[in-house]
Write a protein that binds this ligand. Structure first.
Ligand code: ADP
Ligand code: MG
Length: 650
């Protein structure tokens, strides 16, 4: 027994083993740390090799900078790093590592061998081994090509309690593969190999253009992901967001296939998740999860990565700004995915709904370059878009961007919480145009048949028949389109109602009996600080005591709703994200219900004119590719596909 009354300094190995508890959970965490070191060393090619799910052997080889002979023992000691030297460095850290902990921790719970060479001469190189109880590594010459190999054998051999927690080989390898996938997605420009028990699982060439990038995505996430993904690239005032987001119709039951990188670092962040969920909210089938691979690039100084030992979380200096930028970029990208956005040979939402390679009639061949084009976004010509170059991110810049965005989307529901011009005229020229356009559309007689001089046929074509009282059959330039008329109409009615409700002043109504709410001090403070935001939403909230709030007024649409949980959720959102979309979400839900009742029901006979009017409405309605529940509203078959079906011209 140790005498527990006396304080003593822990032996270094024990200290490292304790630290390893945080960083090294299983083979996948070792792989992650070793890969991060290889990336930090500027490697162009990284090979990961495993045996028995990583429990027996993990080896990561790279062709990076290598480690000097003198530095080799240091690399293995705790709090030894070449990446930062001062607190200032930490504030702008651009490398993945900086804590100097990984190698020390890993070597304390395994048999670790490190080989490295900083020179091009392949006969040079050094080797260092750590094993057993001794912590002092011994360095000896050993030929190695330029770069580093780290071999980790028998993970947790000396910590039986941890070894017991390892799962089956298959499960552990699954975790390793996911860690590998994340890293290989984080750096599309690096070449990668993953081998398990002598079999190659992934071999990925570096990709330096869109085709190369999408080749990587397809290899790691499958063809279905790419076929249904929208590529986007947007830069505003030093913030850049690029990558791929799945069409809402290609949602998944689990929240896998969600990858978000901040400056190349894999990040799981609540603020980011919230912004993305909000952008997808009313296009996604209930309970489904969107897929995405997104890269946010920001000045390292605006994001704090030293929040957690595994560095999975980050903290943004101005979270609200980042949230707004993400939300509006994605919301816009998704809103623009509608008929007419895709290229020749493009996919359709209905194809998207199918699983990979199922019902496509013939020729499952897939060209990556094509997929890139099919749902490609237009370059986003937003006001505030900056030229390339290291622009500083300032709240003002982003605010300017947001204003520009709003000017283009005066009906955007986001307008509820952000100051809006009182009169339509105050929104600037762009807003005027957009408003005028909408008004014109509202009164313009609907084209029943193609105008003679109109050379470009509309993307959804012209109706030729109604099928079984449910579908509209339309002939398009490329082939035919089938529309689910109820689903399509529902979306149109819904979007229109949203525009009306959120565009104008929200009608509010005092409650007959004000609702009293027991609140925390923080909630009371938020209520006071956000009074204006609440009143813009039609909510009047009074502080009735140090721990009591009084709800006096809510939007008329919600007088019958359960006010208390709604207000509480809104307060939570405002506190956490600086904004709340709960009430808006609630209103939208009601609108969706109303829209469903207000739209054409099945079995109603429509005239050709009515059908064409519906098609034209769809073309100009945002998100019209999905009904309010996320189901596709239309599908297209090209002449090529029809010809293939009938084996024509083969
Ligand atoms: P950190 O990455 O936080 O600095 P590590 O314990 O992971 O800490 O690594 C310690 C040091 O060893 C690094 O700072 C780096 O100088 C060196 N190092 C580790 N792996 C490699 C590698 N693959 N290539 C070059 N240097 C490496
Ligand atoms: Mg490291």
């Amino acid at each position: 027994m140790t005498d527990s009354r006396h304080i003593r300094i822990l032996d270094p190995r024990l200290a490292n083993q304790i630290a390893a508890g945080e960083v090294v959970e299983r083979p996948a965490s070792v792989v992650k740390e070793l890969i991060e070191n290889a990336i930090d060393a500027g490697s162009r090619r990284i090979e990961v090799e495993l045996e028995a799910g990583g429990a027996r052997l993990i080896r990561v080889r790279d062709d990076g900078s290598g480690i000097d002979e003198d530095d080799l023992p240091l690399a293995l000691s705790r709090h030894a790093t070449s990446k930062i030297a001062s607190l200032e460095d930490l504030e702008g850290v651009a490398s993945l590592g900086f804590r100097g902990e990984a190698l020390a921790s890993i070597s304390s719970v395994s048999r670790l061998e490190l080989m490295s060479n900083v020179a091009e001469d392949p006969t040079g190189g050094w080797r260092v081994v750590v094993e057993g109880r001794r912590m002092e590594p011994r360095v000896s010459p050993s030929p190695h090509p330029r770069g580093t190999s780290v071999t980790v054998r028998d993970l947790f051999f000396n910590t039986p309690a941890r070894r017991k927690f390892l799962r089956t080989e298959k499960t552990e390898f699954g975790h390793v593969e996911e860690a590998f996938r994340r890293q290989a997605l984080s750096r599309l420009d690096i070449g990668w190999v993953l081998r398990h028990n002598q079999k190659t699982v992934h071999q990925l060439r570096p990709g330096d253009d869109l085709v190369g990038h999408e080749r990587r995505l397809q290899a790691l996430l499958g063809k279905a992901f790419l076929d249904n993904a929208l590529h986007l690239d947007l830069e505003v005032g030093g913030l850049r967001l690029w990558g791929w987001v799945g069409l809402p119709t290609h949602s998944r039951a689990q929240a896998d296939q969600q990858y978000f990188f901040v400056n190349g670092r894999v990040v799981r962040d609540r603020l980011v998740a919230h912004a993305i969920r909000q952008a997808y909210r009313d296009v996604l089938f209930h309970g489904r999860h969107p897929v995405f691979v997104l890269y946010l690039e920001v000045d390292p100084s605006v994001v704090d990565v030293n929040v957690h030992p595994t560095k999975h979380e980050v903290r943004f200096r101005d979270g609200r700004m980042v949230h707004d930028f993400l939300f509006s970029s994605l919301h816009r990208a998704l809103g623009e995915a509608r008929p007419g956005t895709q290229d020749e040979d493009g996919g359709t939402p209905a194809e998207a709904a199918e699983d990979a390679g199922s019902a496509t009639p013939a020729g499952g061949e897939h060209r990556v370059a094509e997929a890139a084009g099919r749902w490609q976004q237009q370059p986003m010509a937003l006001p505030g878009r900056e030229e390339e170059g290291g622009q500083k991110v300032t709240p003002d810049r982003v605010r300017a961007f947001m204003e520009g965005y709003r000017a283009l989307h005066p009906d955007h529901e986001d307008s509820l919480l952000t100051p809006q011009p009182a009169a339509p005229g105050a929104g600037g020229a762009a807003a005027d145009v957009a408003l005028a356009e909408r008004e014109a559309q509202a009164v313009r007689p609907r084209p029943a048949m193609p105008a003679e001089d109109d050379t470009r046929a509309p993307p959804l074509g012209y109706a030729v028949a109604q099928l079984h009282g449910i579908y509209i059959l339309s002939q398009t330039e490329r082939g035919l389109v089938v529309v689910d008329m109820h689903a399509a109409h529902e979306r149109i009615v819904y979007e229109r109602m949203k525009t009306q409700v959120h565009g104008g002043a929200l009608e509010a109504q005092p409650l007959l009996v004000p609702v009293s709410l027991a609140a925390s001090a923080a909630e009371v403070a938020t209520a006071e600080a956000e009074r204006e935001a609440f009143s813009r939403l039609g909510v009047e909230l009074d502080v009735a005591g140090p721990e009591t709030l009084l709800v006096r007024q809510v939007p008329t649409l919600l007088v019958d709703a359960d006010v208390e949980p709604l207000i509480r959720d809104m307060l939570g959102d405002l506190e956490r994200y600086g904004r709340s979309d709960r009430l808006e979400a609630h209103i939208n839900e009601l609108l969706a219900t109303m829209a469903c009742h207000g739209s054409v029901r099945a079995n109603r006979q429509l005239t050709l004119e009515e059908m064409n009017a519906l098609l034209r409405d769809m073309e100009r309605t945002e998100r019209s590719g999905q009904c309010n529940h996320g189901r596709p509203t239309w599908t297209e078959m090209s002449m090529k596909e029809l010809d293939r079906l009938f084996l024509r011209g083969q």
